[in-house]
Design a protein around this ligand. Structure first.
Ligand code: CAA
Length: 297
């Protein structure tokens, strides 16, 4: 089974990156958004990003100016934007990158199950929800996987490929091959909360937030400690701003509800407070830090 035509639902923070790496990998991509404004914004980000990446390859001597231009026009030429899910009907794979809400995702897959050809493989980019529940809602649990990319998708080299007990072997192999075509290293995961990365990363971020809330150390010192002491590219508070405070809160709240006895899934009060104030991190210009676009203000 070869995945050539890919659908992506959602062109936001994660969706636009998935669209881009799939198109860079040679797939034809249809991306569906709810509103023209969201679509335009996502497609604009892709154009900026692929232009930047191609110029970096020229600077490193890995591409000529002409090849870089081909990378940009080729990638953009393989992407089609749409406001209609019916345009996903003949895709080989459809990936969900919509809001992190299980009921909304289940409703999406139930709808896609009625729209797409029987062979279409479905995947969710969820960070934390059970793949099996969405697989059941889609009506085709054997053709369903998790494909969890990392932010920023264009730069992070991992994709977690999640299988349930019902996932067909060929479907799983095709999903891994798609991840490789996107330039990523796939790791195989079972359908467990947070898979590998978030099961380790989110409790670590939580501990940093609790530490800040207790006043054990300043935000700058917590971040510097993990950058300089452990070689992390970003400290945990900067990373929470980068991931989005709302996304981090949704993940933790979902886990707390499902696994109330797991001490690692504590919801820090400071996170609830900042989200209630609309301070969601880099995307709103303020979280633990103030942001001016991609850089701290
Ligand atoms: N497309 C193209 N270029 C991009 C880009 C994008 N989307 N994002 C950044 N760049 C460029 C920058 O513009 C910059 O270019 P210049 O060198 O010309 O200025 C270059 O890439 C490097 O970026 P930075 O200067 O910001 O430097 P960096 O070395 O710190 O790299 C980073 C950035 C790769 C994001 C790095 O900081 C990093 O790895 N951070 C950790 C990110 C991480 O842990 N992500 C996982 C989050 S968890 C998650 O996603 C899962 C979940 O479900 C919650």
């Amino acid at each position: 089974m070869k995945i050539q035509k890919v659908g992506v639902v959602g062109c936001g923070l994660m969706g636009h990156g998935i669209v881009q790496v799939a198109a860079q990998g040679g797939c034809d991509v249809v991306v569906v958004e709810a509103e023209q404004g969201f679509l335009d914004k996502g497609l604009g980000r892709i154009e900026k990003s692929v232009t930047k990446l191609s110029q970096k390859l020229v600077e490193k001597g890995k591409k000529t100016e002409e090849q870089a231009q081909e990378m940009v026009t080729g990638t953009l030429g393989r992407i089609t934007g749409s406001l209609d899910k019916a345009d996903l009907a003949d895709c080989d794979l459809v990936v969900d990158a919509i809001v992190e809400n299980l009921e909304i995702k289940k409703a999406l897959f139930a709808e896609l199950g009625g729209i797409c050809k029987p062979e279409t493989v479905f995947a969710s980019n969820t960070s934390s929800f059970p793949i099996g529940e969405m697989a059941d809602a889609s009506g085709r649990p054997d053709r369903f996987v998790g494909l969890h990319f990392f932010n920023p998708v264009q730069l992070m080299r991992l994709v977690e490929v999640v299988r349930t007990e019902s996932t067909d072997e060929d479907v799983f192999a095709a999903a891994r091959a798609f991840g490789e075509a996107c330039g990523k290293t796939p790791v195989s995961c079972k359908d467990t909360p947070g898979f590998v990365v978030n099961r380790l990363l989110v409790p670590y971020m939580t501990q940093a937030l609790l530490m800040l809330d207790r006043g054990d150390a300043s935000r700058e010192d917590i971040d510097a400690a993990m950058q300089l002491g452990c070689g992390h590219p970003m400290g945990p508070l900067t990373l929470t701003d980068y991931v989005g405070l709302d996304t981090t809160l949704f993940i933790l709240q979902g886990w707390k509800e499902r696994y109330p006895d797991e001490p690692a899934f504590e919801v820090p009060a400071i996170l609830e407070k900042l989200v209630a104030e609309g301070k969601l991190g880099r995307k709103t210009g303020e979280g633990f830090y103030k942001w001016d676009g991609d850089k701290k203000a």
